[in-house]
Design a protein around this ligand. Structure first.
Ligand SMILES: Nc1ncnc2c1ncn2[C@@H]1O[C@H](COP(=O)(O)OP(=O)(O)OP(=O)(O)O)[C@@H](O)[C@H]1O
Ligand SMILES: [Mg+2]
Length: 296
C-alpha cells in the first residue's frame, strides 16, 4: 500500500521500514523561514556588488544553535565552484568560501584556516607572510567573490593586542581583494566588531534572534511535520503541543528541530507513529539553560 498519507510531502517515504525512516528523520534538512530568506537575500545583494574600495560587509548575529551556519552553508551551496577542467584558463572558480575564525586566533592560524578551505594542508613551519601570500593568491586565482568568516566571536579569545591585529587584518583583506566579508557569530562577535571604530560602520548586522511563539513558528512546525515520515498526523501546530515544544526549546531553532526529530524517531521506533505531548514527556528533554547549569 502506498501514498495514503495526506499529511506528508513525500507520501512514499512513510512506506519505508523503520530503519530507513529513522535515518531520514535524523538527516539534516533545510527548512526555509523568513529571517533565513532575508539573510540569504542580503548575501546575494552584497555578492552582486561591483568591486570598489569599500565593500559592504554583513554580520549574521544570533545565539548559538540558531541556524547561522546552516544559512551560510545554504548560500555557499547555491554558489558552487566551477571545476578547473571546465575553465578555459584551467583555474577553478570558487565564488564563496567559508572559514572559521580559529580559537586563540592569530594571523598564522587564520590564514591556515583559509588554506584549509582550499583543501591545502599548510606547512606548520610556514611564516605568516608565506601563508598570507598563498591564501591571497589562491583567493585571487579562484576569483573568490565573498568570504564568510564563521565563529567570528573567537576573535575575542585572543589578547587585546591580538584582537586588534585580527580586526585590522579583516579590514585589510576586504580592501585588498575588494570582496564583501560576511561575519557570523554570537552577540560577542558584534561586540568585537564594535570595538573597532573603522569596522563598525562597514558591517551591517543581520540579527537572527531566538524565535517567538508566532505564526512563523507554527509554520515551521507544520513544515517539519510534513517532511518527517510518520504514518499518522501529529498536529504539532496545535496550541498545547506547540507551546510544549516551544517551552522546552526556549525558542532556539536547533532545539526545536532536535526535539521534534528525536520525538519523531521515537514515534517510529515505538510504533506510536505520531508525536504527542505524552511522548515528548517520556523523552525527558533538558532545556538548554538547564543543560548549561548541569555542565557547570
Ligand atoms: N534552516 C534550517 N532548517 C532545518 N534545520 C535547521 C535550519 N537551521 C538550523 N537548523 C537546525 O539547527 C541546528 C543548528 O544550526 P546551526 O549549526 O546553523 O546553528 P549556529 O547558529 O551556527 O550555531 P553555533 O553558533 O553554535 O555555531 C542544525 O544542526 C539543524 O538541526
Ligand atoms: Mg555555527
Amino acid at each position: 500500500m502506498t501514498g495514503n498519507y495526506p499529511h506528508l510531502q513525500h507520501s512514499a517515504w512513510a512506506d519505508e521500514d523503520a530503519a530507513a525512516r529513522v535515518r531520514r528523520i535524523r538527516t539534516d534538512r533545510w527548512i526555509a523561514y523568513a529571517r533565513a530568506e532575508a539573510a540569504l537575500a542580503a548575501m546575494e545583494d552584497v555578492l552582486s556588488f561591483p568591486k570598489r574600495t569599500r565593500m559592504p560587509n554583513l554580520l549574521l548575529v544570533g545565539p548559538t544553535n540558531n541556524g547561522k551556519t546552516m544559512i551560510v552553508e545554504k548560500f555557499r551551496r547555491a554558489h558552487p565552484p566551477t571545476e578547473a577542467q571546465d575553465m578555459a584558463d584551467g583555474n577553478a572558480l570558487i565564488p564563496v568560501i567559508r572559514v572559521q575564525m580559529p580559537c586563540g586566533p592569530d594571523e598564522r592560524r587564520f590564514f591556515g584556516a583559509i588554506l584549509d578551505a582550499f583543501g591545502m594542508e599548510p606547512w606548520r613551519s610556514d611564516k605568516v607572510a608565506a601563508r598570507q601570500d598563498l591564501a591571497v593568491r589562491l583567493m585571487r586565482q579562484t576569483a573568490v567573490q565573498l568570504l564568510v568568516i564563521d565563529e567570528l566571536h573567537n576573535v575575542l579569545s585572543g589578547a587585546p593586542i591580538q584582537q586588534r591585529r585580527l580586526l585590522n587584518l579583516l579590514r585589510w583583506l576586504g580592501n585588498e581583494l575588494q570582496i564583501p566579508l560576511v561575519g557570523v557569530g554570537t552577540a560577542e562577535a558584534l561586540r568585537a566588531i564594535r570595538s573597532d571604530d573603522q569596522l563598525v560602520n562597514r558591517f551591517e548586522p543581520i540579527p537572527l534572534p531566538v524565535w517567538t511563539e508566532n505564526d512563523e513558528y507554527l509554520r515551521l512546525l507544520r513544515t517539519l511535520e510534513a517532511v518527517l515520515p510518520l504514518r499518522r498526523p501529529s498536529g504539532l501546530a496545535r496550541p498545547a503541543l506547540a507551546a510544549k515544544i516551544f517551552a522546552l526549546s526556549e525558542g532556539v531553532l536547533g532545539e526545536i528541530v532536535a526535539i521534534v526529530t528525536r520525538a519523531a524517531a521515537h514515534a517510529v521506533l515505538t510504533g506510536a507513529e505520531a508525536i504527542t505531548s505524552k511522548l515528548i514527556e517520556e523523552m525527558s528533554f533538558t532545556r538548554p539553560s538547564d543543560r548549561r547549569r548541569v555542565a557547570i
